[in-house]
Design a protein around this ligand. Structure first.
Ligand code: ADP
Length: 473
């Protein structure tokens, strides 16, 4: 743990495993409420000085952190592949994406503009000032174990906040590497603190109940997000929630089915499907469904699962045994209710992969709304295809979910693209585009996918208060 500028151990440790091999790869300090409190106190003590520094000073440190992260892209990616499992190439992309947040918010730090507002009274002047919200608590997930940290840390630090971060219990080594880098970049003592823990709940409660925390930012499941939002409510803490998703991927009748299928194969199997923006219902118009399924199945059957350190593997393991069970349950349920299995459909138990958590890349068609996979987030390598026809209201079908994070549309008709873009109740829409994400673009969801935005100009607003001054002159 890194508390008040000191690397600390504690009485107990917990083990970290490689999900591709089941091997133990490290041991980290198992922190609890006591350590969380110490970290919050340190962040509180550091807040005054850090928030009063010039934005230029804070930006310099973030630029330095960006440089260090890019210089260490290879070693950080290797660590990520060992700890989280994604293929090395994807890990490299993630490190670059993570570093982008450091650079973007180094730039945004200098653009925290307030406003002067004309008054109706001749003797009055209004000034709206933006100020750092205070001490921030951050809880991050395991699926993107470096970029989800910088997406919170960079804007918080840029705004002048101090932070206590608790990473996911399966990927603390990546978090430690990020904090080593922040320390080296010159982040002052107490400004960024790291508490690793095997038991997240008591620390989450402390973040909600400790009155020194003014803002809670969370990325993870909707179930835990709701719990934290509830616990943060008595003190009316500001919260940002980046939660689950159930993305529709709509392939209209005028789309090129081959191009769309290649896109679906790429985005669905990123991170073995363990992404909140992963497509979970692929709607294909019946007139092009056959061609689409042919290409999708061919592409997916060609994906090689295995240890991400080997560059010929493009699908890594799932995070743990329960994730495999959930995927298997959803596939079995769909097949039992009449879905057609084109490829995959089982855990991989050969060539040494039985030691890890590998599930074969899977394509299902004939998926209907009676199946679990149609409603529940899968977080695994399964592409469920739903065939629709002219009688279906595709917009209503796509919006028929409690989630509202990402959606994708393939069409060559500009009016249809615009209608769907405007009508879809999701925070991020890819139109003929499978990667609508960037440090410069606002990321976040509607409905049960959360509240608040990360990245972009909006990302720093999450860490700022607006203070109005009315001056009589
Ligand atoms: P997933 O199901 O994808 O693992 P979680 O929401 O369980 O997602 O985990 C995301 C983050 O939330 C992790 O850092 C995890 O430790 C943390 N977490 C899980 N349960 C709680 C809880 N009750 N209170 C606070 N944090 C939690």
């Amino acid at each position: 743990m890194y508390i008040n500028g000191v690397w600390q151990s504690c009485e107990n440790n917990f083990d970290v495993f490689n999900p591709a091999t089941g091997e133990k790869i490290g041991e980290v300090a198992d922190g609890g409420v006591q350590q969380a409190r110490a970290a919050i106190d340190a962040a509180d003590a550091a807040f005054g000085e850090w928030s009063r520094r010039t934005a230029y000073d804070r930006a310099e440190i973030l630029y330095k952190a960006w440089e260090l992260m890019m210089a260490r892209q290879s070693e950080l990616s290797e660590l990520m592949t060992c700890e989280q499992g994604k293929p090395l190439k994807a890990a490299r992309n993630e490190v670059k994406y993570a570093a982008d947040f450091l650079r973007w918010f180094a730039e945004e730090a200098k653009r925290v503009y307030g406003q002067t507002i004309p008054s109706a009274r001749p003797d009055q002047r209004f000034i709206a000032l933006k100020q750092a919200v205070g001490v921030v608590a951050a809880i991050t997930p395991w699926n993107y174990p470096i970029s989800m940290l910088t997406r919170k840390l960079a804007p918080a630090l840029a705004a002048g906040c101090t932070v206590v971060l608790k990473p996911a219990e399966s990927t603390p080594l990546c978090a430690i590497a990020v904090f080593k880098l922040l320390e080296e970049a010159g982040v002052p003592v107490g400004v960024a603190n790291l508490v690793t823990a095997s038991q997240p709940a008591p620390i989450g409660r402390e973040f909600c109940e400790n009155s020194l925390i003014r803002k809670l930012t969370f990325t993870g499941s909707t179930a835990v997000g709701k719990l934290l939002a509830r616990d943060a409510a008595p003190q009316l803490k500001r919260i940002s929630m980046e939660l689950g998703g159930h993305a529709p991927f709509i392939v209209c009748e005028d789309a090129d089915p081959v191009h769309a299928a290649k896109g679906a194969a790429l985005v669905k199997f990123l991170n073995a499907g363990q992404a909140c923006i992963s497509p979970n219902r692929i709607y294909v118009h019946e007139s092009i469904a056959e061609r689409f399924l042919e290409t999708l199945t061919e592409r997916v059957a060609g994906l090689r699962a295995g240890n991400g350190m080997d560059p010929s593997n493009s699908i890594g393991p799932l995070v743990a045994e329960p994730a495999l069970d959930k995927v298997a349950r959803q596939v079995e349920d769909a097949v039992a209710k009449g879905a057609h299995l084109h490829t995959g459909g089982s855990r991989i138990l050969e060539n040494g992969l039985e030691k890890g958590y590998f599930y074969a890349p899977t394509v299902l068609s004939g998926v209907t709304d009676t199946m679990q996979i149609y409603r529940e987030e899968t977080f695994g390598p399964v592409a469920p295809v739903v065939i629709y026809n002219d009688q279906d209201d595709i917009l209503a079908l796509a919006n028929d979910t409690n989630y509202g994070l990402a959606a994708y549309v393939y069409t060559q008709n500009i009016s249809r693209a615009m209608r769907l873009f405007e009508g879809l109740q999701f925070g991020i829409i890819g139109v003929n585009d499978i990667n609508p994400t960037s440090a410069a673009a606002p990321f976040g969801g509607m409905k049960m996918s959360g509240m608040g935005r990360e990245g972009a100009q909006e990302g720093i607003e999450e860490y700022l208060e607006t203070k109005l001054g009315g001056f009589s002159v």
